[in-house]
Design a protein around this ligand. Structure first.
Ligand code: 6R9
Length: 641
């Protein structure tokens, strides 16, 4: 990490917004300043004005009720996010393209707002026919196909709370999430295409369902046509279930604080947290951020390459763009299939104008060389965004020069599953960009860099990133564990939201986020708890103890290194352990390296000294205090591994 920080500190290049872009930008410098000031001085007025651009079945009485750490936004208001994302557009934009989808096999589908509305209504009616009630949870385990968005919107329409589980997660991860949410309905598919082969989603789901007895109904989308087993009475084909349903459905008027979705994310303990978002605030914040940060225009084709299983897919593939009546591009498969030119060919083919992707992808494309993008016409692009992890300046500049051809501003947006929408960014037509630095606070966001005691630090001092006031799209709780919510987010430092990231802010107010300061890894932009990987490892019969740390990785941001000790007399091959972790959690959690050790470095009180393991894993000298180490000989042995 220190190498990365050095690199950030020495980056001094500044990129001004291109004049042509700035001239017609939705948010100019003056507008940003004025609106940002108003959002802090008069939050009620500011947020009311934004919310009034959307449809409410009943207006709110109070904009914010804040009983720390619980916020209620647009109190007493009634709305429906699916109504705002679909019905609201039908008169003016019924024939406008809502979704252009490309399957990995090259199949293309287009849905207008009217088509999307009709299909969402049919599924909403179908879910109701299965007995799904308002407030009940529905788990979605699908590939990135239009039906993933249709499922989310159908749930939102009837007030069912969706819990999307990334299609790359294992059966075990799925059953854990099904059980935690208490879902009675699962929506899945026979499979999805990834790198030319079919991912066995239904088979995984069947395995998961053996451990999730509460699930009564499974809706199965036919995507690949691969063989699957259908359990009579429980499993129904999507097309059979929805085909006979009416394409009319009246969206329910839901309380502004009605739960919209649960999304599981990693924390510093073993069990993933079910981050809960509610309706009104999430809707208003995403409507605003998508429209303004991405300078969205009627004729844009917006491509956020995230999977629907992550928050970026929720906010900037599905809800934000559709709330703005935008056309969204979706791609099902792997970025390097059949080759490293796939992204650029699709941008040319569909005339994508805004691309929002992750640093890991950018670094992989950069490594593959400039020939790939050079073969495609990228002139439709006008804005580029980055999200998910710190972007190193080299990758930023490459993205700007080679993909954006110097013409497109690049924005680096910092936010989290918990924040629901973008919290830090530059506005592309308003602010100069500094590669590696996310930038300035979004409207309504008050950011600070503090020390462990909550004291605010000065310019360029590294500290903890906190947010000083509630914002509309903030998580409301950890599903089923409010205590964990209080402790993790509002209990670390009094009266502020603790993000878990380290950061510093420069003289111009630009915030650079350097990475997690807790036991959470960021591997290719995906959050993974070290404890989750450790739990998976110790579940293997040969493993006695495990300690997992991150190590800087030029491509993935962070790689996973596991140190394990074995049970007495046990023998195991490290590849088997790596595969075991992938099977337990999903391929994203597969350790890059496993080192079998005789013992782990522990303090006298039995705590594993991860700092030392991190240093050993990245080949550094072990430094700092080792006086609390129980057995100094352990270090010697580890270094030799
Ligand atoms: C949206 C999303 C959140 C964590 C966050 C931070 C890292 C995200 C970043 C960034 C530096 C950026 N992160 N964006 N770090 N610069 N622009 O990624 O949500 O999956 O919950 O991850 O990702 O560490 O705390 P999520």
């Amino acid at each position: 990490m220190s190498e990365t920080i050095e690199n950030f500190l020495h980056e001094e290049r500044i990129f001004m917004p291109p004049a042509e872009f700035a001239a017609r930008a939705r948010i100019t410098r003056e507008e940003y300043d004025a609106r940002y000031r108003r959002s802090l001085d008069d939050p009620q007025g500011f947020w009311s004005d934004v919310a009034r651009e959307l449809h409410w079945f009943r207006p709110w009485s109070t904009v914010l009720d804040w009983q720390e750490p619980h916020a209620r936004w647009f109190v007493d208001g009634q709305t429906n996010i699916a109504y705002n994302a679909l019905d609201r557009h039908l008169n003016e934009r019924g024939d406008k393209t809502a979704i252009v989808w490309e399957g990995e096999d090259g199949e293309v589908r287009r849905l207008t707002y009217r088509d999307l509305h009709a299909q969402v209504c049919q599924l909403a009616n179908a879910l109701t026919s299965l007995g799904v009630q308002t407030g009940e949870r529905v788990t979605i385990y699908l590939p990135l196909v239009p039906e993933a968005l249709i499922s989310m919107l159908a749930c939102a329409r009837i007030g069912a709370v969706h819990s999307v589980v990334f299609g790359g997660f294992s059966a075990a991860a799925l059953s854990e999430r099904l059980n935690d949410a208490g879902s009675k309905v699962l929506i899945t598919a026979d499979g999805g295409l990834r790198r030319g082969s079919a991912v066995p989603l239904k088979a995984n789901a069947d395995e998961a369902l053996q451990q999730a007895p509460a699930v009564q109904h499974v809706v199965v989308l036919k995507r690949t046509g691969q063989d699957v087993s259908i359990q009579a009475g429980r499993d129904r084909w999507w097309h059979e279930l929805t085909g006979s349903q009416s394409a009319q459905h009246e969206a329910l008027a839901l309380d502004s604080e009605h739960p919209l979705f649960i999304l599981y994310t990693s924390g510093s303990t073993g069990k993933p947290k079910g981050v809960l978002h509610t309706t009104g605030g999430y809707m208003v914040a995403n409507y605003l951020s998508t429209g303004t940060v991405f300078d969205l225009r009627e004729d844009d084709l917006f491509w956020c390459s995230a999977d629907i299983g992550w928050v970026t897919g929720h906010s900037y593939v599905a809800y934000g763009p559709l709330l703005n009546g935008a056309s969204v591009f979706l791609y099902e498969g792997a970025p390097n299939y059949p080759d490293m030119g796939r992204f650029w060919q699709m941008i040319e083919r569909h005339r994508v104008s805004i691309l929002y992707t992750a640093p890991t992808a950018i670094r992989a494309f950069m490594r593959a060389g400039n020939d790939w993008p050079a073969r495609s016409d990228l002139s439709s692009l006008r804005l580029l965004g980055s999200v998910g992890e710190p972007i190193n300046p080299e990758a930023w500049v490459w993205y700007h020069d080679v993909i954006g051809q110097g013409r497109c501003p690049v924005i680096d947006t910092w936010w989290q599953t918990e924040t629901g929408s973008i919290m830090l960014t530059t506005f592309p037509g308003a602010h100069p960009s500094k590669p590696g630095s996310a930038g300035l606070p979004m409207f309504g966001v008050e950011v600070a860099i503090v020390d462990q005691d909550g004291r605010e630090l000065g310019p360029n001092e590294g500290g903890l990133l906190v947010l000083k006031r509630p914002w509309p799209s903030m998580l409301r709780t950890v599903y089923g564990d409010d205590e964990r919510y209080r402790k993790s987010y509002w209990g670390e430092i009094p009266h502020v939201y603790f993000a878990g990231d380290g950061a510093r802010r420069d003289e111009d107010g630009y915030v650079t986020v350097v990475g997690r300061i807790d036991d959470v890894l960021n591997v290719s932009g995906h959050r993974l708890g070290t404890m989750e990987v450790e739990s998976a490892l110790v579940a293997h019969p040969a493993v006695a103890e495990a300690a997992v740390v991150g190590r800087p990785d030029a491509l993935k941001g962070e790689g996973i290194v596991a140190f394990v000790t074995l049970q007495q007399g046990a023998e195991v091959n490290t590849d088997e352990l790596r595969t075991h972790v992938a099977r337990e959690i999903g391929a994203i959690a597969r350790p890059d390296e496993i080192r079998i050790a005789e013992a782990l470095p522990k303090t006298r009180s039995g705590k594993i000294m991860r700092r030392l393991l991190r240093q050993i894993a990245s080949g550094q000298e072990t430094t700092g205090d080792t006086s609390t180490l129980e057995d100094a000989g352990v270090l010697e042995q580890l270094r030799r591994l």
